[in-house]
Design a protein. Sequence first.
Length: 81
Amino acid sequence: QHLTPSHARHQSRPPLTLTPTMPETMEITAAAKSGDGTVVNVGIKMEGSFQCPDCRQKFESDKAKQLHWKFIHDPNRHQED
């Protein structure tokens, strides 16, 4: 015998089925793109006028570069493990 909770016996909805779907096309903005197609530059933004002094990453604005440095390279920033 199959037992179901009492609240489930009174529902008339069909069972929920989830089917993941992927968009037919995905648009990626230029700001989100990185690299130049080579393995050595995977994840490195190649375009940008503001070069990080501590790595090869480039940025479109000085503010973006400063934020990157603060969260990635700043030795005084407290980091929790």
